[in-house]
Design a protein around this ligand. Sequence first.
Ligand code: MN
Length: 252
Amino acid sequence: MTYILVTNDDGVHAPGLQALAEAMQSLGQVAIIAPASNQSASGHKKTLYTDIAIEDTTLANGLSAVGVHGSPADCIALAAMGLRDWPPDLIVSGINRGENLSQDVTYSGTVTAALEGAIHGIPALAISLANRSADAVDDYRIAAETALMVAQSILQHKLPPLTILNLNVPLGRPKGLRITRQGVRIFRDAMERGAEGVVRIGGEPPTGILDEAGTDLWAIETGYASLTPIHLDMTAHRFMADLAAWDIEIKE
Ligand code: MN
């Protein structure tokens, strides 16, 4: 029996998680452990030496779930430490409301939950719905179908150590699937001052370099689903020789 653990960062009752959990039921037994509230852009946060409340809950589609008052990565770490049967054959995280491309991945709780899975040696897939139009309705069905296809492939082929897959699916019917690399985001955040002693991070939504062929941003921009392998080794390998040439020395 294949066992699949479902999580997200939009919160356990988010419609994208329900669509994903329903799709995964055709693969095997599904367990849902997800943040009790929206944890978007919480990054790879781990709640240490602090009480974390957990509660059983039922989703609108009738599925049983566990809500965790912690981060997405907490959900996976807690599952690994015995909250549920372990190990699952696969962790799926999403379907996030909004794309997670290029430099989004370290901000995204959807992606970092999958990275936490990789740390525990479990194959993991992050799925996001790229809805760039403010008035378009979020429809998770095609993203869920695509996630199921990719999940089946992961179960068949496995994944290398410390590697996850980051799937982004555009709204509507994609032209196909592109294997991509991370592109370059252009962030347009701006600090806004509120009342005395209060600031906030606002500004325009990020854009990016959209016309560089082969990137995740380009795939979504041109109507394709984007599948990027992400590795937890964040070393800038290509820079190591130049860095060594700096000859930084610690004197005795
Ligand atoms: Mn989110």
